[in-house]
Write a protein that binds this ligand. Structure first.
Ligand code: BMA
Length: 327
């Protein structure tokens, strides 16, 4: 068994449920899934692919709460325990620091990442096609939209939770304007969160379950054995896309270098709430909480583009699994 430990803060109130008896899976689902229903606000069509973080002893987050006009928007939300969420009925009103910036045409698949002094928010931003928008908040009330990191098209901008070698780093997934039939993971670097360059290639689809495209999921978790990255992978079946997720270890100093990659998926759409919804057969992780004291990790993932679920694992077990299940 690996002795991997989380490098980070304790989170004694991490939402948690022990692995069910008789289950030998490395990652297991919460028995109360889904935790957020599609009608969590009076006007929401669906609440999924969303990001939660520890906030002032409790939890806060940025939620993809598509409306009943099917507009894609982000709403802030709050929780005492990480399980039961109050999602604001109104979307985030972005403050544009540069008036020449265009107000986001649409917003989806947010990630939230605490770095140094604030919560950074990244999302897939409508800017004449999808690209990565970057904003920040300190209190989940006032949100500033800083800039688009890239020209279109890109999806899945995922920051690392600290500077590495003096630079901010962001995993991302160049794409096209539609339901992209390809996708590999890249990493871009920045000194100021505005200008992104020094692009490095990270990895391509490898296994059948991810053969169409892959993309980064939650903010990577720093461990004693490397950055633990969960990623989603997409298979094209005779009946459409199937979204599952797996895990990879990245080098701590050069996080574009893969140390070890688990070949099988960890979670795939097996449950009815993952198989039935607005987009069938989707499990899509966007956030993870981690407790450095116990090694517990809790993942928030979107289910069938409709509701939000939780899954659990332990850092030593998942790192061990990645190392033992390489292709
Ligand atoms: C992707 C994004 C995700 C979504 C997935 C499945 O391209 O739009 O938000 O979960 O497709 O529909």
């Amino acid at each position: 068994m690996s002795s991997a430990k989380i490098i980070g803060s304790p989170l004694p109130n991490i939402p948690w449920e022990d692995r069910p008896e008789g289950c030998s899976d490395v990652v297991w689902r919460y028995s109360g899934n889904p935790i957020i229903p599609r009608n969590a606000t009076p006007t929401s069509n669906s609440v999924f692919n969303s990001a939660a973080v520890p906030y002032r002893g409790k939890f806060a987050g940025v939620f993809r709460a598509d409306t009943r006009t099917r507009h894609m928007q982000l709403n802030a939300g709050f929780s005492d325990d990480g399980f039961r969420w109050r999602i604001n009925p109104d979307p985030i009103q972005w403050i544009l620091d540069d008036p020449e910036l265009e107000y986001p045409h649409y917003l989806y698949d947010p990630r939230v990442c605490w770095i140094e002094d604030r919560y950074w928010v990244t999302w897939c931003n409508g800017f004449h096609g999808p690209t990565i928008g970057i904003g920040y908040t300190r209190d989940f009330q006032e949100f500033h939209f800083l800039e688009n990191a890239y020209v279109p098209f890109n999806r899945n901008g995922v920051l690392f939770p600290r500077k590495i070698n003096g630079r901010f780093m962001m995993l991302n997934r160049p794409s096209d304007n539609g339901h992209t039939p390809f996708g590999e993971i890249f990493l871009s670097q920045s000194e100021d969160m505005i200008h992104w360059g020094r692009h490095r290639w990270v990895m391509r689809p490898q296994q059948a379950w991810e053969s169409t495209k892959i993309g980064p999921g939650p903010v990577p978790i720093e461990t004693t054995e490397g950055w633990l990255m969960f990623h989603h992978g997409v298979l094209t079946s005779c009946n459409g896309f199937v979204y599952a997720w797996g895990a990879t270890l990245l080098d701590l100093d050069k996080p574009w270098k893969v140390i070890a990659r688990g070949a099988p998926y960890l979670i795939a759409p097996w449950m009815p709430y993952e198989q039935v919804g607005d987009v069938p057969n989707v499990t899509f992780p966007c956030a993870a909480l981690a407790d450095a004291d116990t090694g517990r990790i809790t993942v928030y993932y979107g289910c069938a583009d409709t509701v939000t679920g939780l899954a659990f694992c332990k850092v030593d077990e998942v790192v061990d699994w990645v190392r033992k299940n390489q292709a």
